[in-house]
Design a binder for this molecule. Structure first.
Ligand code: FAD
Length: 497
């Protein structure tokens, strides 16, 4: 509440924030978590908390009057629709050269993501986080993160026979025929629950077209893992619909944190001021970077170093669809939960997740989200004229990611005698090169911070999220974000700050 003093204040309730909250609370520290999005704990008029992919309503997007779907066209026709302005769950945040998709609400990205819980290959780790001891990560922190998140692989016996993964079996078969390894990857979805969905004994979510806008039943988002564990300590409080706008040193020690309480139209209801001994920035790569750059360049935290705002990347995200032969249908039934990917990282710089297109009709399309080794890095800068933070990413930089993704799909198309779909991302547009789901960097570990996320110019300030990772993880990022947070918070607690 306004005027309060708290021991530790955490900005954001995604992976980094939830890990920090649990571990600080277990160490006896009282924690206040501040989240700009909604709580997502109350059903709407349809009895469900979240809406599905094919009927997006006001709950779908963060403060937009029209949906902005990543696959925004079908047969070249735009499929976005009008929605009421509301503090919905998926933010499509536009910068000049890229749209960054992020989750909004208690649980952050875990609310909206595909749940693919992928640990990078150890041989690639040195390029991901060069200052971190890989043995510790692979022996201690990755296992801790995977256990805490509840990651597991699709049961083979069911995968091989269910209609719901025909799209993935087509992806597996075609990868193999072109000589690429198909790798099953863990997901945090409850695979037993999904089989019960298939049997018709429980309400459907993965098999009910729930994707992008939240999952009502089977997904183990942070709302089912780290966050209840943190709340069970009795030392954590969470304030939804509160957006932090400023952090600066308080005259009596600690930090003054300003925040706006929002209504569900995004209007400011009231402004509050809190003081905190410690402040953890866990607002996600974009949220943390924006706050820190603004605080440095407007004089609230002037001693933050010049690495703050640097080293941002898109994890090489590129989407593409392929049109299969008539004898290779991908199925009118498609689980929304991806379970495998095609690995050509070492030779071609691409790892492609075989993604669903669960629109309920046969499309003969294979859809992929590729993670590529795109080398470009952008920076966040404060724009005094607009009073906003800009990001220097350029659309043309995606070409490197496209070239890497083509190392997989040109080959598959040539083996199968097939072509790219050109109708899913516009009219005659093959590549979805205007977005990322995986923002990373902006306050890179051991550059903007010390080797554990401390903003050393300001004792008691920490970065604890995807902003620490310099732009790429070679696979989907949340397991690495979680494992790194487990490592960093342990060191911070052990050393008293
Ligand atoms: P986030 O999870 O983004 O959490 C940050 C939180 O801070 C948010 O809740 C935000 O609302 C809040 N916040 C921001 N600014 C403020 C502020 N000023 N005040 C208060 N609160 C604030 N990754 C995978 O590994 N596997 C996948 O399958 C996968 N699929 C994805 C699919 C989609 C559609 C999207 C969008 C992402 C996907 N990701 C996936 C990426 C993954 O979700 C993110 O990498 C991850 O959530 C980032 O974690 P984080 O802790 O850095 O921040």
């Amino acid at each position: 509440s306004n005027g309060a003093h708290v021991q530790a204040l955490i900005i954001g309730t995604g992976y980094g924030g939830s890990v920090a909250a649990l571990r600080l609370a277990q160490a006896g520290i009282a924690v206040e978590m501040i989240e700009m999005g909604m709580a997502w704990d109350t059903p709407g008029s349809d009895g469900k908390i979240f809406c599905n992919l094919t009927s997006p309503d006001q709950r779908s997007f963060w403060l937009r009057t029209q949906t902005k779907q990543p696959v925004g066209y079908f047969l070249g026709i735009p499929i976005d629709r009008a929605i009421p302005n509301y503090t919905g769950i998926l933010d499509a945040e536009d910068f000049a050269g890229i749209t960054v998709y992020q989750g909004r609400g208690i649980g952050g990205g875990s609310l909206v993501n595909g749940g693919m819980a992928v640990t990078p290959k150890q041989e690639n780790f040195g390029a991901i986080l060069p200052s971190v001891n890989p043995a510790e990560m692979y022996n201690v922190y990755y296992p801790r993160a995977n256990a805490g998140l509840g990651a597991g692989v699709v049961p083979q016996s069911w995968f091989t026979k269910t209609d719901w993964y025909q799209f993935a079996r087509v992806g597996q078969k075609q990868a193999g025929r072109s000589g690429f390894p198909f790798q099953f990857v863990p997901d945090v979805y409850d695979w037993n629950y999904m089989q019960q969905e298939d049997a018709g004994t429980v309400p459907k979510s993965a098999l009910g077209q729930e994707l992008l806008y939240g999952n009502n039943y089977g997904k183990k988002s942070l709302q089912k893992t780290y966050i209840p564990a943190a709340l069970a300590t009795g030392k954590v409080n969470i304030s939804p619909l509160h957006k932090v706008t400023s952090v600066s040193p308080a005259s009596g020690g600690g930090y003054t944190v300003l925040m706006n309480q929002l209504d569900t139209s995004g209007n400011v209801v009231v402004t509050k001021e809190v003081t905190a001994d410690k402040v953890v920035f866990a607002a996600g790569s974009v949220g943390t970077s924006k706050l820190l750059v603004q605080m440095r360049d407007t004089g609230q935290l002037p001693h933050l170093n010049d690495q703050v705002g640097q080293g941002w990347g898109d994890n090489g995200n590129i989407m593409v669809g392929r049109a299969n032969q008539i004898w290779d249908p991908t199925g009118s039934k498609q689980s929304t939960v991806p379970c495998g990917g095609i690995d050509n990282w070492t030779k071609g710089g691409a790892f492609a997740e075989v993604a669903p297109l669960p629109i309920g009709i046969e499309t003969w399309a294979s859809l992929y989200l590729s993670i590529t080794k795109n080398p470009h890095r952008a920076q966040f800068t404060w724009n005094a004229a607009t009073q906003k933070v800009d990001l220097s990413w350029q659309l043309a930089w995606k070409q490197d990611g496209i070239t890497m993704a083509k190392s997989i799909f040109d080959k598959i198309n040539s083996t199968e005698g097939t072509i790219y779909r050109t109708d899913l991302f516009g009219s005659y547009k093959t590549w979805q090169d205007q977005l990322t789901y995986h923002p990373l960097g902006g306050a890179v570990l051991n550059q903007a911070t010390d080797n554990y996320g401390r903003l050393t110019a300001y004792p008691g300030l920490y970065v604890m999220d995807g902003a620490l990772i310099p732009g790429n993880t070679s696979v989907n990022p949340f397991v690495t974000i979680t494992a790194l947070a487990e490592r960093n918070i342990e060191n911070i607690i052990a050393n008293g700050g």
